[in-house]
Design a protein around this ligand. Sequence first.
Ligand code: FES
Ligand code: FES
Length: 159
Amino acid sequence: MQVTITINGEAVSRDIEPRQLLVHFIRETPELTGTHWGCDTSNCGACVVLMDGRPVKSCTTLAAMAEGHEVRTVEALEVDGELDPVQQGFHELHALQCGFCTPGMLMTSRALLDENPDPTDEEIRIAISGSICRCTGYKNIVAAVQWAARHEAATRQEV
Ligand code: FES
Ligand code: FES
């Protein structure tokens, strides 16, 4: 079947098997391997991308279900060499070690801050509860999201 998905603003069309998962559709697109494929059972969250602004686990979403939707992957966070504040926060607060969970954590955090620019620590923990980090721990990840929220609030005040 022919499927067209808008990924990071570009329409990507491909002839696929109906069973193809969104994570594979994305990762088979040149230069879009930042979305990780981990557990394949909707548990780890490494594969999270945004579909129409909402986080989805691309390992349990059929590519065909994304037909006609806007998908945003981790590659779209950096714009013209400028890191997104959530990326910057993860860098500043040492919120990653191996980095395997990081694409999903970043996209989930981005979606949270888009919806709730001033989250509590508990709200951040609830938002990322669908993502598992095996090495960094969650303390620094929560602090990184708070860093991004403060940074974005300060930027809004300057404008
Ligand atoms: S690979 Fe999708 S949740 Fe683990
Ligand atoms: S940074 Fe290694 S799993 Fe999260």
